[in-house]
Design a protein around this ligand. Structure first.
Ligand code: ADP
Ligand code: ZN
Length: 599
């Protein structure tokens, strides 16, 4: 029988376990002694700054750990097991110095840790250290014995994703374009035979939450190949070659798993233009260079396709876009009406929706929302329905979820003085009445003085269906509507409040964009004065231009504020009535609002 040698194996196992136990105890004892020793030696472990610099120059330092915002460092010497601490007078200058040494060939690993991560380990944890080590070892041994060779297989299949194109709603054209990549991954030989070069990189442009990661995963899922991912922001906090070595490791892994997909999220974090050579940027350059080296170095047998995502294509270094690198670029837009409906459908599959729920109307109300936001709305609606003790998710739960995601949660419990209530009522009524008289502005959907999120009240408008261009008139009227709140406070209460601060901020931004980005100022003409790629562009025009821009922006805002006041003065009866209604009912819906204008 094949079971013959089992008892023998068992004996071996017991012996092995015993051995491991002895080993664990030995390690724990050593660890304990080490910890005690470390504690008692504390005073000797500080290094004066001048000595630190000397040791660095002599090449005796192996590793330096810093925490952002702290001037205390941990220093590990090449010939010493114990870490020393040192205090630097100026961290930035120090980083620069170390980087210079590294550039000169000195081998120092400089690690920057974000705040809190290496916060003091509580002393209980410290004294439990040996026990923890033991536990960890036990777990490791169990895993090794239990899984055997299966362990490795598990690790690789783990990276495979079950996401397919079915899970990606809308984006039909984008999927059609990417299906080609799936075919490359499935049958690389077919293309090789024909002499076709397989694309190496595809850049996905789009706002966060539009489904870039999802679609990259779906490609891997469709082709049934592993999906390896990393985010560009993971490199930001690292210094001195660590970013580059991470890239190297990532691609090492990819080569082993080929054919596969490598996904780099937020590639702008490492792939932004190589410009100045201040500290962090030198590091970014190294990381970026490594990425370029890796992409140039794929051999023809390796089918690795790199997908990268960014929201700021204009920031990317042109070298990334050269042939043989990311030579394909696909824009992932925010979903249109149909796309939104499909996304809502996909994400409601596992939700307990009542039959009365009308997803079409939710889709209509959410122009400009991303897939992630829509998924979030459905999830919130389920939470709200549970809180409301509803059997199923109802329309009202979904409406609440939309508001929660856009304005924040209603806060009925907040105590508001009568004076504040009156102010909010006139402020919101002001927005609503003013927009009613502005042809380009959409209809008012709801006005409320119940605090939500950070807002004391809100005026909700119906959304505009997926427009591509916005006219100057529309922007001007938007300014008037935004300033309608402040204008109403002034007219009705003869005082103004801080409640309008957000309106003012938004209005100022729009006015600035009108002048500097869209060339809508008659006096300055169609010149792009603002340039994300080049913050110094304005210098081209000199200081006079800066003054002129300021004047134009002010002019736009002043005009809008005056127009808002004029509209409200002419319709002061409506303003009063609506504000009073708000004070009584706290909330007015679309039809109630319209009824005020129907006499
Ligand atoms: P990005 O990478 O563009 O920031 P993600 O792919 O991470 O966005 O999207 C976040 C989540 O939003 C997804 O996991 C998914 O639940 C949802 N989502 C976004 N777009 C879509 C879509 N087109 N279809 C279905 N779900 C989507
Ligand atoms: Zn307002």
């Amino acid at each position: 029988m094949s079971n013959n040698n089992k008892p023998h194996k068992k004996e071996n196992k017991i012996l092995l376990s015993l051995l491991v136990l002895v080993l664990i105890i030995a390690i724990s004892v050593v660890a304990l002694i080490f910890l005690l020793k470390k504690d008692s030696n504390k005073e000797d472990n500080t290094l004066a700054y001048t000595d630190l610099i000397k040791e660095i120059s002599y090449g005796n330092v192996e590793k330096i750990e810093m925490t952002v915002g702290s001037t205390t460092l941990k220093v590990k010497m090449k010939n010493d097991e114990v870490q020393k601490t040192a205090i630097v007078p100026n961290t930035e200058a120090f980083i620069g110095l170390v980087q210079q040494k590294v550039a000169e060939g000195n081998e120092i690993e400089l690690v920057q840790k974000p705040k809190n991560v290496i916060a003091q380990i509580p002393s209980i944890l410290f004294s439990m250290f040996p026990t923890l080590i033991m536990l960890a070892l036990f777990i490791m041994i169990f895993k090794m014995q239990g899984l055997g060779e299966k362990g490795k297989v598990y690790e690789e299949t783990e990276r495979k994703t079950k996401v397919t194109f079915k899970d990606v709603a809308g984006l039909e054209e984008e999927k059609a374009e990417l299906i080609e990549i799936v075919d490359f991954l499935k049958k690389p030989e077919k293309y090789a035979k024909m002499g076709a070069k397989i694309p190496k990189g595809v850049l996905l442009y789009g706002k966060p939450g539009t489904g870039k990661t999802l679609i990259a995963k779906a490609i891997a899922g469709e082709a049934n190949v592993p999906f390896i991912s990393m985010s560009g922001s993971e490199f930001i906090e690292m210094f001195a070659g660590l970013g580059a070595s991470r890239v190297r490791k990532l691609f090492e892994k990819a080569r082993k798993l080929s054919p596969c997909i490598v996904f780099i999220d937020e590639i702008d974090a490492i792939g932004s233009r190589r410009t100045s050579n201040s500290g962090a940027e030198t590091e970014n350059n190294q990381t970026l260079n490594q990425l370029l080296v890796e992409m140039d170095g794929f051999s023809s047998e390796e089918t690795i396709i790199v997908l990268a995502a960014t929201n700021r294509p204009e920031m990317l270094d042109k070298a990334l876009l050269r042939p043989g690198r990311f030579d394909r670029q696909i824009t992932i837009p925010t979903p249109d009406l149909r796309g939104r409906l499909e996304i809502l459908k996909i994400h409601s599959e596992d939700k307990n929706l009542s039959d009365e729920v009308n997803l079409e109307s939710i889709a209509e109300d959410t122009a400009g929302f991303t897939g992630a936001e829509l998924a979030n709305i459905l999830n919130e609606s389920a939470i709200i329905a549970t809180k409301n003790k509803h059997e199923q998710i109802e329309n009202s739960d979904l409406d609440d979820a939309v508001k929660k995601v856009t304005v924040g949660l209603e806060k009925h419990s907040r105590v508001i003085s009568e004076k504040d209530k009156k102010l909010t009522a006139y402020h919101e009524a002001g927005h609503a009445v003013v927009s009613k008289y502005l042809p380009t502005q959409t209809d008012v959907k709801e006005v409320s003085i119940i605090p939500r999120g950070v807002a004391g009240g809100y005026t909700m408008y119906k959304t505009n269906e997926d427009k591509f261009y916005i006219s100057k008139t529309e922007m001007q009227e938007k300014l008037i509507a935004l300033l309608g709140g402040r204008a109403a406070e002034k007219i009705a209460l003869d005082d103004i409040s801080t409640g309008a601060s957000n309106d003012i901020e938004v209005a100022t931004q729009i006015a600035r964009d009108m002048v500097t980005k869209y060339g809508m100022s008659d006096n300055l003409g169609p010149i792009a004065l603002k340039d994300e790629k080049d913050p110094y562009k304005m210098r081209l025009f000199g200081e006079e231009m800066e003054d002129a821009i300021g004047k134009e922006v002010k002019q736009l805002i002043d005009t809008a504020y005056n127009d808002a006041q004029t509209i409200l003065k002419q319709n002061i009866d409506k303003l009063d009535k609506i504000a009073q209604a708000l004070l009584k009912k706290e909330k007015i819906n679309e039809n109630e609002f319209k009824s005020f204008f129907e006499e």
